[in-house]
Design a protein around this ligand. Structure first.
Ligand SMILES: [Zn+2]
Length: 314
């Protein structure tokens, strides 16, 4: 073993912590369009080996790991990816709230933001993990990407509740790998910036057990707004077109992470939203808005005296 090289034993420990299935992706060494370094599944269908993990830890390759094993629909971890303005604030909020549940989540830097990793004692059902995190995000008003068409927000891995046998779901950069574009290794904040210290730290974290997860999600379901639904294609946004614009009716109070935040008219009509920040309106496309307390578009439009007509979907 060359000096400074990661031992096979450490690759084995990493494998135990993070590898859910043997399919994986590798980040391209050369950038593709827009300068991005994309991840690809090895063309020969090669399976993830401890040697590949070792090469990842040594910085020779960078692997992406899958969250969900379709044989079990379970994962050893939940990763929350956030890369917008204020992303770190939101992840720290989640980390703090998880801690109140007795869960120690590890924060790892990323190129534009950070990843928050939560480890499970034994692999847990992806569906349960997702119900837990989405409800937590909703409670803390942490924006979720794609929820109500919000462009900015956290992304939760596993991204699916279940996969069919031939599906892969989504991979995320394996922790401690060197980003091919940034030529940088992103460390966990919680330990010395050495591979062994980082592994020791990760192994010492308090992991979620199955009974704990059952307790956390008792009585909870996936919040309505995060359930899969048919995609409605909006025509390109044209600011000159005459159509309903929520910003004609509510003031754009605060601007944060790609959205305006203001009082939800439907909540207000019910004497709620005293803080005046339940409604998120996409800055890029103000036709997209969402109440974090769960009011539907129909409720918001009627509260404004502009009910959605039966025939138009806008
Ligand atoms: Zn509301």
């Amino acid at each position: 073993m060359k000096s400074g090289q990661v031992a096979t034993e450490m690759a084995a420990r990493y494998f135990r912590l993070f590898v859910n299935r043997l399919a994986y992706t590798v980040q391209s060494h050369r950038p593709g369009d827009r300068g991005k370094h994309y991840y690809y599944r090895p063309r020969d269908g090669r399976r993830l080996s401890q040697e590949a993990v070792r090469a990842h830890l040594n910085g020779q390759i960078t692997i992406g790991i899958y969250a969900l094993n379709p044989k079990t629909q379970r994962s050893k971890w939940v990763a929350i990816d956030a890369d917008y303005d204020n992303a770190l604030d939101d992840l720290l909020k989640l980390q703090w709230e998880l801690r109140r549940d007795g869960v120690e989540a590890a924060l790892e830097k990323s190129r534009r933001g950070a990843h928050l990793w939560i480890l499970c004692e034994k692999p847990l059902l992806a569906r349960d993990c997702r119900i837990y995190i989405y409800n937590l995000a909703l409670r803390l008003k942490v924006p979720v990407k794609g929820g109500a068409g919000l462009a900015d927000g956290i992304e939760v891995f596993p991204r699916q509740d279940e996969l069919r046998p031939e599906e892969f779901g989504n991979a995320i950069r394996g922790p401690l790998g060197i980003h091919r574009g940034a030529h940088k290794r992103y460390w966990f904040y919680g330990a010395d910036y050495k591979i062994e210290a980082q592994l020791n730290y990760l192994e010492r974290l308090k992991r979620i057990t199955e009974p704990e997860m059952q307790h956390f999600i008792a009585g909870l379901d996936m919040p309505q707004e995060f359930r899969p639904r048919p995609k409605i294609e909006l025509p390109p946004f044209d600011p000159n077109r005459r159509e309903f614009r929520i910003l004609d009716f509510v003031p754009a109070k605060r601007r944060r992470s790609g959205n305006y935040w203001t009082r939800c008219p439907s909540c207000a009509a019910q004497g709620k939203d005293k803080a005046g920040d339940n409604l998120a309106i996409s800055v890029a496309d103000p036709r997209k808005y969402k109440c974090w307390a769960g009011c539907t578009r129909e409720m918001i439009r009627s509260a404004l005296g502009k009910p959605i007509s039966v025939r138009s979907a806008s």
